[in-house]
Design a protein around this ligand. Structure first.
Ligand SMILES: Cc1cc2nc3c(=O)[nH]c(=O)nc-3n(C[C@H](O)[C@H](O)[C@H](O)COP(=O)(O)OP(=O)(O)OC[C@H]3O[C@@H](n4cnc5c(N)ncnc54)[C@H](O)[C@@H]3O)c2cc1C
Length: 379
């Protein structure tokens, strides 16, 4: 039976960043993807925001990998001429209570290593973003946007230059391990034909599919539950593009999302969202009209939003590890020390800021495989 060095399941931004990290001339590294192209799921259904790392719990993997990943990603974009822009982001308070929350956000961000936030008075906010109504704001200059498709294409190009291969149209059905010396037995199907091979190293970066394919493998730690949490986007119709920065409300406390915010794409178009809606099955459909509650939420910071101006754009699904109302969970990255199987890495719950964190996360995975302390290694 064929034996390869490394198999990475999933050609989203995480699988591709890991492929780039692990690829070496002469080493057999395969990325297996069920679709006909890379990046067809969550990696092309997000806000394309390079996050600063403001809100995540201090000490969490999300905070650690976001802050490091952001710096790595801006450098990478510069080196490889990947379109990106440091647009900056405003977090806008519209009530006195929200102004109080801004102060907490400011100190929380600093604890995460985000020390460049600027406090804006009402006047300064008006100068920066005249269309926005608020009584105070925080400005994050290191938040930006990226062309995620070109980014993924570049990761793939670098990986293949070092002999890695993308195998599309190939769905992994299961993986098992009888004997660690033999590596992992992968069962996959391409064009209706099922085949098996062994891999010494196996990376499960299957996003929404990660839990399902992990179930046959023995392991000392349980597989975390998976909940689908959909986010819808509605774009702004018409030629008026009101903002120059990304505009976010102060997040409502004890909610899952960041509130209905405005992001820009690199062409300067404005879109709003994503919201948070737990669903039972993967379903990307959109309703034709944005709910009235969206208009009300946006008008709190942009009263000039015209009636009927929101048109359906697209949706994405977050692989959440907690149900609605439960405490937010961190990324779960399981290596040898957690499940006891050398050469196997599972990545679960890689929701936002996965795109921002991708390069740092790939370095983290490599450190785990090499038996190093990944946090030390990535300092
Ligand atoms: C609404 C939304 C907004 C977001 N906004 C941002 C943002 O602005 N900034 C940011 O940093 N992050 C953001 N994120 C998070 C970011 O998009 C994800 O963290 C990232 O895309 C996850 O990449 P991935 O490779 O793990 O998953 P995916 O892109 O889903 O890739 C997994 C791949 O595995 C494949 N696969 C699954 N099962 C199998 C199988 N059995 N066999 C073969 N292939 C399989 C899938 O087809 C898929 O291509 C957002 C996410 C969502 C949902």
């Amino acid at each position: 039976m064929e034996k390869v060095d490394t198999v990475i399941i999933g050609a989203g931004v995480i699988g591709l960043a890991i492929a780039r990290q692990l690829a070496r001339p002469g080493k057999s590294v395969f990325v297996l993807e069920q679709h006909d192209r890379f990046g067809e799921e969550t990696s092309s259904r997000n806000s394309e925001v390079i996050h600063a790392g403001i809100y995540y719990p201090s000490g969490s993997l999300k905070a650690f990998l976001c802050v490091r990943g952001k710096a790595l990603l801006y450098n990478y974009c510069e080196q490889h001429r990947i379109p990106c822009r440091r647009t900056g982001k405003l977090i806008v308070a519209t009530t006195a209570a929200e102004t109080g929350q801004l102060k907490h956000i400011y100190s929380h961000a600093a604890a995460n290593g985000v020390r460049d936030l600027q406090w804006l008075s009402q006047e300064k906010l008006k100068e920066k973003e005249p269309a926005v109504t608020g009584i105070a704001a925080l400005f994050s200059p290191s938040t930006g946007i990226i062309d995620s498709h070109t980014y993924m294409q570049t990761l793939l190009m670098e990986a293949t230059q070092n002999d890695a291969e993308l195998v599309t149209g190939t769905r992994v059905l299961s993986m098992s391990c009888n004997n660690v010396q033999d590596g992992f037995l992968v069962t996959a199907v391409t064009n209706g034909e099922t085949y098996q091979f062994h891999s010494r190293t196996l990376i499960n970066a299957a996003g929404l599919g990660a839990q399902q394919i992990a179930t046959d493998l023995p392991g000392k730690t349980p597989i975390p539950p998976l909940y689908y949490c959909k986010g819808h986007y509605y774009s702004l119709q018409g030629s008026c593009q009101p903002f120059r920065h990304l505009v976010y409300p102060v997040p409502e406390q004890n909610t899952t999302g960041l509130g209905i915010h405005a992001t820009l794409d690199l062409a300067g178009n404005t879109r709003f969202g994503p919201d948070t809606a737990y669903i039972d099955t993967v379903d990307y459909r959109m309703s034709a009209e944005a709910p009235e509650s969206w208009y009300a939420a946006i008008r709190r910071y942009w009263p000039a939003l015209p009636d009927g101006a929101l048109q359906p754009d697209y949706s994405g699904i977050r692989p959440k590890l907690q149900q609605a109302g439960e405490a937010s969970q961190d990324f779960v990255i399981q290596g040898h020390e957690t499940h006891g199987l050398p050469g196997l890495i599972h990545l679960f719950g890689i929701e936002s800021p996965g795109l921002t964190a991708s390069l740092a996360l790939a370095g983290y995975v490599e450190s785990l495989l090499e038996g190093q302390d990944p946090r030390e290694h990535l300092q």
